[in-house]
Design a protein around this ligand. Structure first.
Ligand code: ZN
Ligand code: ZN
Length: 566
C-alpha cells in the first residue's frame, strides 16, 4: 500500500510560521512587534523562536553598524536583554540560541560578554563559532587575543587561517601574516582562494617577490581561478615587488576586465614605476572598454602624471574629472595635484589649490608642498607652510623633519637647532627608517644604524668597502640631509647607516655577483642614498631596485629610472 506523506504545514501557533516574517523585518520596531507576539502566544518558549530573533538581531546589527556606529551600544543593550530573557526561559542550553547570542555580542564589539558566554556554555566544539570569536578580536584590532584563541583551537579550518592571515595583514603585521601563511603550509589544511587574496597584500608590502611568485604558481597548479579580484591582488603584488612587466602580463591574462579595481591596480602599478605614458594608455583603454573610471583610478593617473612631471596632462585630467565627469575630488586627488604642481615649480598655483579646498588639508598635502618649497628653494613659503603644519599637527615628526631639512639645505644651522630643540621639548621622535630585503624566501629587516643582524660584522666591513670605493670614484656625501649640526665626519658616518644602505650591503655579501637586489624602504629614500645607490649599481655591476614609500627606483649602471625626479 502506498502511503502519501504530507509534510504538515506549521500551525499558526508554531513560531516557524513567523520566521519568514522575521527575515522580512526591515526595522527593529517591526521585530519588537513579533517579539511581543511571541511572548503573548507563549511561542517564545520555543528555542527556535529565540534563535531566529537573535539571528535577525545579528544581521541587522551587521547592516546598521556599517552606517551609524552608535547603533552598537543600543544593540549591546538589546543583546543583553535578550540574553537575560533566554536565560530566564531556560533556553540558553540550546546551542543555536547560544551561538547566535555570541554572534550578537561579537558584532557589537562586546568581546568580553562574547568571551564569557563562549567559554561558560561550552561552545568550544563549534568550529564556526571559534572563527566568529577570532574574527571579532581581529575586528577590534586585538591581535594578541585572537592569536591566543587561534593557538588554543583544537581543529583549525581554512576559515580560521584566513581570518588570522588577513587580520595580521590588515592591521599592519605583515611579517606575521606571512609567517602564519608558512605555518599553514606545515599543517594539513591547504590554502584556498581567500587565503591567497588575504596573504598577497602582506607579500606586496614587504616586497617578498619569491613568495608572491609561489602564490601565483600555487593558484595555477591548483586551478584556482585568477579572476578580477585575485588577479588585481597579483597585479598589485608584482608591481609593488618591482616586476611591472609580470604585472602587465597578469593583467592581460584576466578575461573579465570589467572591474575598475583591476584597472586601478595596473594603472597604479605603472604610475609607481614611472611609466606614466603606459599608465595614461591604460586609462584611455579602460574607457574604450566601457569601464567607468572610479575615483581611485583617477588617483593612479594623476600620480603617474606627478611622478613624470606631466603637468599639462595632469591639469586636464583633473579638470575633466571635476567638471565633466562631476566627481567630487577627494583629499588624495588634491594631494596628487599639489604634488604635481609643486614639483613642477608652480608653487603659487599649488598653494591656491590648497586654500580653495573645501576640507582641511591633511599633513600629506602640506608636506608635499613643503617638500616642493625645499626643492625650489622657496624658503619663505616653506616656513609659512611649516607653521601651518605644526599648528595643526603639533605631534607629527614629519613636519619638523621637513622644516629642519629645509634649513639644513641652505646651511641655516641655527634654524635646524631651533627645530631640534622644539622637538625635544615636545618629546617628538622621528619615525625610524626601516628596510627589508628578501633572500631565499626569508625577509631580513634592518633599522637605521642597525647592528643586530647575525652577519653584522660582514655587513659592517661591506659598508666600509662601499664608502671607500664610492670615495675613490669622486663621490662626496651630501650631508645637508643630516639633521644635526655636527662635524662633517660625524655627519658622513650617520649617512652610512641609513637602513637601505645596510640592506644593500647585506645583499652584496649574501648573493652571487650580478644578482639583482631588491629593497623595500618604509620612508622616502634620501638624496644622499639615492646618489650613492646609483654609483653602487655601477661599481658593483648590480641592478638595484628600491621601493620607497612613494615609488620605485630602478638603479642600473649609475643611473635611476626616476631620472632623479621623485
Ligand atoms: Zn638615506
Ligand atoms: Zn630614483
Amino acid at each position: 500500500m502506498n502511503t502519501i506523506i504530507h509534510k504538515p504545514s506549521p500551525s499558526p501557533n508554531h513560531p516557524s510560521s513567523l520566521f519568514p516574517q522575521i527575515s522580512r523585518c526591515k526595522t527593529t520596531r517591526h521585530l519588537k512587534q513579533i517579539h511581543a507576539h511571541f511572548i503573548k502566544t507563549g511561542q517564545i518558549h520555543h528555542p527556535l523562536a529565540a534563535a531566529e530573533l537573535l539571528k535577525f538581531l545579528t544581521l541587522s546589527t551587521q547592516r546598521e553598524i556599517k552606517y551609524a556606529p552608535c547603533a552598537k551600544l543600543a544593540r549591546i543593550e538589546e543583546g543583553k536583554q535578550l540574553h537575560g530573557f533566554v536565560v530566564k526561559l531556560g533556553l540558553v542550553s540550546d546551542e543555536f540560541v547560544r551561538s547566535n547570542l555570541v554572534r550578537v555580542y561579537v558584532m557589537c564589539g562586546a568581546m568580553k560578554d562574547a568571551h564569557v558566554l563562549f567559554y561558560q556554555t561550552r561552545l568550544e566544539g563549534n568550529v564556526v563559532l571559534w572563527n566568529v570569536m577570532i574574527d571579532g578580536y581581529v575586528r577590534m584590532g586585538d591581535l594578541r587575543a585572537s592569536r591566543e584563541l587561534f593557538d588554543s583551537m583544537p581543529n583549525k579550518s581554512v576559515v580560521s587561517w584566513n581570518v588570522m592571515i588577513s587580520g595580521c595583514a590588515q592591521n599592519g603585521h605583515f611579517k606575521e601574516a606571512i609567517e602564519m601563511f608558512h605555518d599553514m603550509q606545515l599543517g594539513d589544511v591547504p590554502p584556498n582562494y581567500v587565503t591567497l587574496v588575504s596573504v598577497l597584500p602582506a607579500v606586496s608590502r614587504l616586497g617578498a617577490i619569491e613568495l608572491g611568485k609561489w602564490v601565483h604558481l600555487f593558484a595555477e597548479k591548483n586551478e584556482i581561478e585568477i579572476d578580477d579580484v585575485l588577479g588585481s591582488a597579483l597585479i598589485d603584488m608584482y608591481s609593488k615587488c618591482g616586476s611591472i612587466d609580470k604585472a602587465v602580463q597578469v593583467f592581460e591574462g584576466i578575461r573579465n576586465k570589467k572591474n575598475p579595481i583591476t584597472w586601478s591596480a595596473i594603472i597604479g602599478g605603472l604610475a609607481m614605476h614611472g611609466r606614466a605614458r603606459d599608465a595614461l594608455d591604460h586609462f584611455w583603454r579602460m574607457q574604450q572598454a566601457g569601464v567607468t573610471p572610479s575615483d581611485v583610478v583617477y588617483i593612479g593617473v594623476l600620480s603617474a602624471c606627478s611622478h613624470a612631471g606631466l603637468v599639462e596632462e595632469g591639469r586636464s585630467i583633473y579638470y575633466h574629472m571635476v567638471n565633466i565627469v562631476g566627481l567630487l575630488p577627494r583629499i588624495e586627488h588634491y594631494g596628487c595635484m599639489v604634488d604635481l604642481l609643486g614639483r613642477a615649480g608652480c608653487l603659487e598655483e599649488a598653494e591656491q589649490l590648497i586654500l580653495n579646498m573645501p576640507v582641511k588639508p591633511d599633513d600629506v598635502i602640506l608636506k608635499a608642498l613643503l617638500g616642493a618649497c625645499k626643492m625650489h628653494g622657496n624658503i619663505e613659503m616653506g616656513e609659512r607652510i611649516a607653521k601651518f603644519l605644526m599648528g595643526w599637527y603639533p605631534h607629527d615628526s614629519g613636519s619638523y623633519v621637513a622644516l629642519s631639512n629645509m634649513f639644513a639645505s641652505e646651511g641655516n644651522w641655527e634654524g635646524v637647532v631651533k627645530v631640534r630643540l622644539k622637538m625635544k621639548e615636545l618629546d617628538i621622535r622621528k619615525d625610524p627608517g626601516c628596510s627589508w630585503i628578501e633572500l631565499d624566501g626569508v625577509i631580513h629587516e634592518f633599522l637605521v644604524e642597525d647592528d643586530s643582524h647575525p652577519r653584522a660584522e660582514g655587513i659592517h666591513s661591506m659598508l666600509e668597502e662601499m664608502s671607500d670605493r664610492l670615495r675613490s670614484v669622486g663621490y662626496r656625501p651630501n650631508t645637508t640631509q643630516v639633521l644635526l649640526n655636527m662635524d662633517e665626519k660625524e655627519k658622513q658616518s650617520a649617512l652610512h647607516y641609513h637602513s637601505e644602505k645596510i640592506a644593500i650591503a647585506f645583499g652584496l655579501i649574501s648573493t652571487r655577483p650580478q644578482t639583482p637586489l631588491q629593497i623595500v624602504k618604509n620612508l622616502r629614500v634620501c638624496e644622499d642614498c639615492h646618489s650613492s645607490i646609483k654609483l653602487v649599481s655601477k661599481i658593483y655591476n648590480r641592478k638595484i631596485i628600491v621601493r620607497d614609500r612613494k615609488r620605485f627606483h630602478h638603479f642600473e649602471n649609475g643611473s635611476c629610472s626616476c631620472m632623479d625626479y621623485w
